[in-house]
Design a protein around this ligand. Structure first.
Ligand code: HEC
Length: 95
């Protein structure tokens, strides 16, 4: 009898846990949609000064930004979409 109660408690505990996890992941989705809507210039301003000064778009050519973008994508752990937006911004404002 006692073990059955423990089982029910455990089961309810897991359910509560799943409920909060679902809530958490839903919030996570809303958050990543917000991030996905950020512009290249905003992502550049927010991310590229975490490790060094924000590089000016004019400091490299459009082709160089392509390569740098790939390299910094792995350094800064950016998604493909974020990297593309940042590179597009840097290229549009580069020489
Ligand atoms: C996690 C840290 C980190 C973040 C975030 C980061 N970088 Fe870097 N960056 C580095 C490091 C470290 C180097 C030095 C080269 C190397 O070892 O990769 C570097 C070098 C560079 C260079 C070459 C500098 C030179 O004068 O040769 C450029 C340009 C650059 N980063 C641009 C960017 C851009 C644009 C972003 C934003 C998308 C960015 N970085 C975000 C770490 C970072």
């Amino acid at each position: 009898m006692k073990s059955k109660k423990t089982f029910v408690k455990l089961f309810m505990g897991i359910n509560t846990c799943l409920y909060f996890m679902t809530l958490f992941f839903n919030i996570g989705c809303v958050e990543s949609q917000k991030i996905a809507s950020k512009s290249g210039v905003l992502l550049w301003a927010e991310n590229c000064q975490r490790c060094h000064n924000t590089p000016s778009p004019t400091s490299f050519s459009a082709e160089q930004w392509e390569t740098i973008g790939m390299h910094m994508q792995s350094r800064a752990l950016l998604t493909e979409n974020e990297k593309n937006k940042i590179v597009a911004f840097l290229q549009s404002a580069s020489n």
